[in-house]
Design a protein around this ligand. Structure first.
Ligand SMILES: Nc1ncnc2c1ncn2[C@@H]1O[C@H](COP(=O)(O)OP(=O)(O)OP(=O)(O)O)[C@@H](O)[C@H]1O
Ligand SMILES: [Mg+2]
Length: 561
């Protein structure tokens, strides 16, 4: 029984039309999607000369009878939608009935296909014309082979990139689709060589292992969350691993590979300060959203999609990522640091100078750590890193980054609770500013007041600072002036999305211990204790890591023990 029908004109007009076959990878994409829609669980992808010589996709899916196979290569022929309403909740990857006919019209194609019941069919098509139809003996499933792509449209060939690039695009696509469908076994053969084979056992981590290797999987965190009808599942990279200057998100929406700027943005938001500016993490996420809340019919190659409730989905993605990262860090913290047993009296007698200011360093003393602490402070190296031995690990802590993060969290907390207190300075600081800067300062005066900076007018090209936040009372005038100049710059820059955040970071940075500062053991202890107790994120507010751990094993390995 024929399942495929030609879509009536009124539906055709509602389908986002355009160029379906732009380059070899488009062919691979369309054929693979057809195999998936045909419920295959084994798919073989073969490519010769970056798809230039041939592309062959073989599946063990439902197959087609002769009548369907002949219909399939005609324009607007599909088994996937029947009526206009179907367009509102598309569950299959295909729905336009355009792919096979478009590919057939710009190549030489051979189709071998056989349904569960009945005989198989061989078709040979050239530039869209059927040249041969004959019976075919074989297993259930379909194999489509495309030779000489664009042989009859040489201009299209001119727009192709180098074979190397086209080949890479195909490989990347095949990898992505394998990640999206771990329950399907994909085999990828390039120029006669096996490139990868996934097991089809349904476990994404096995696919990641096969495609990217062990180092990758070790640096990914699983993520899973559900809210109402929304679901998210996948893997995201540890904040300071795999930093890319371009978005590296592999995102599947209802198992369709998509590119969507707001999703990329949501991912970044989820990492927020855990990433350096202009860097992107590596993520593989599967998003599940009710079919009627997305429109996949907005782009000819279906690459782009539209969400009806954009904001909700974005928030869902970013909070899911954020809580996965929080949880991961919490676990890591537990592993990195010993549980400090409650011993209030001793802890309370500890002076923690770091928490208030960085300039009142204690003299290096014969200070002894309370014995309940299981870590050993080895000391400071290069005047900027702290070395800690804990169980079978060596921890290296960036003193500036760590203190910066501690200060940031404290300031942020105080700011939120409106607890930042102003301190009048006895000798007000006079700073030279341009007219433009002055105007900006005037405009942003309220914001500065919120941070407890008090300024006064002082002639046309000067301002006078009469009050500063308590936290900075120990800064000398020179440092204070530098800090203020940096804040002016931030106020003036137009493309800063979140000024307040930026100012917080600057404030956190300025009063923090610098590299070059010599710390006493007591201060080191206080710093580590705060990291443990306050559950601060393990990156500085600019996204740099604050801790690096080296296991005994790794060290032994270096010494070939
Ligand atoms: N590998 C396959 N196995 C079984 N049936 C297939 C296969 N490939 C194509 N078909 C059938 O041929 C029809 C036409 O395929 P085609 O890719 O041109 O359109 P589509 O998948 O329906 O929509 P789209 O143009 O959006 O991909 C499909 O609807 C399907 O019924
Ligand atoms: Mg299709």
């Amino acid at each position: 029984m024929a399942k495929i029908q030609i879509l009536p004109e009124n539906i055709r007009n509602k389908i986002s039309a355009g160029e379906v076959v732009e380059r070899p990878v488009s062919v691979v994409k369309e054929l693979l999607e057809n195999s998936i829609d045909a419920n295959a669980n084994k798919i073989i992808i073969e490519i010769k000369s970056s798809g230039n010589e041939f592309i062959r996709i073989t599946d063990n899916g439902e197959g087609m009878d002769r009548k369907d196979a002949l219909l399939a290569i005609r324009p607007f022929s599909t088994s996937k939608i029947k009526k206009e309403e179907d367009l509102n909740h598309i569950r299959t990857l295909g729905f336009r009935g355009e792919a096979l006919s478009s590919i057939a019209s710009v190549s030489k194609m051979e189709i071998r296909t056989k349904p569960e019941e009945g005989e198989g069919t061989f078709l040979r098509i050239e530039g869209g014309e059927v040249k041969e139809v004959s019976p075919w003996e074989g297993e259930r499933g379909t194999s489509v082979m495309v030779f000489d792509l664009f042989y009859n449209v040489p201009v299209r060939k001119k727009f192709l990139k180098t074979p190397l690039t086209e080949g890479r695009l195909i490989l990347e696509f095949a990898q992505r689709i394998s990640l999206a469908y771990p329950e399907i076994s994909f085999k990828y053969i390039q120029d006669g060589k096996n490139k990868f084979l996934t097991s089809g056992n349904g476990k994404v981590e096995d696919v990641i292992l096969e495609i990217f290797g062990e180092e990758f999987i070790d640096n990914l965190i699983p993520i899973e969350n559900e809210k109402g009808d929304y679901k998210i599942r996948g893997y995201i990279s540890i904040p300071y691993k795999f930093l890319f200057t371009r978005p590296q998100d592999v995102v599947f929406l209802n198992r369709r590979i998509i590119k969507n700027l707001s999703v990329t943005q949501a991912i970044k938001e989820g990492y927020s300060q855990r990433l350096k500016e202009n860097f992107y993490p590596f993520v593989i996420i599967n998003l599940f959203v009710p079919y009627d809340e997305v429109d996949v019919n907005v782009h000819p190659t279906k690459r782009e999609v539209k969400f009806h409730k954009d904001r909700e989905i974005i928030d869902f993605i970013s909070t899911s990522i954020k809580s996965a990262l929080d949880e991961y860090e919490q676990e890591r913290r537990k592993k990195l640091f010993p549980k400090i047993k409650e011993n209030k009296r001793e802890i309370n007698t500890l002076k923690l100078p770091l928490l208030e200011s960085s300039s009142t360093y204690l003299e290096k003393s014969s200070y002894r750590f309370p014995t309940f602490l299981e870590f050993n402070i080895l000391g400071q190296i290069f005047d900027k890193y702290l070395l800690i031995e804990y169980k079978d690990k060596l921890l290296i802590i960036d003193q500036h980054a760590a203190h910066e993060r501690i200060r940031y969290e404290k300031l942020k907390n105080k700011k939120e609770k409106k607890l930042i207190q102003a301190n009048e300075i006895i000798f007000p600081l006079i700073i030279e500013v341009s007219k433009e800067e002055k105007r900006i300062l005037e405009e942003k005066r309220d914001l500065l007041e919120d941070f407890s900076f008090h300024l006064e007018d002082f002639g046309p090209e000067n301002i006078r600072i009469t009050g500063i936040p308590n936290e900075f009372i120990n800064l000398d005038n020179f440092s204070l002036e530098n800090l203020f100049k940096e804040i002016i710059q931030e106020l003036a820059s137009k493309n800063l999305k979140n000024l307040e955040e930026e100012i917080l970071r600057t404030l956190a940075c300025h009063g923090a211990i610098r590299s070059g500062d010599i710390l006493t053991d007591e201060e080191i202890f206080a710093l580590i204790k705060t990291i443990v107790d306050e559950k601060i994120p393990l990156t500085c507010p600019h996204g740099r890591p604050i801790i690096w751990e080296l296991s005994k094993e790794e060290i032994d390995k270096k010494f070939q023990r």
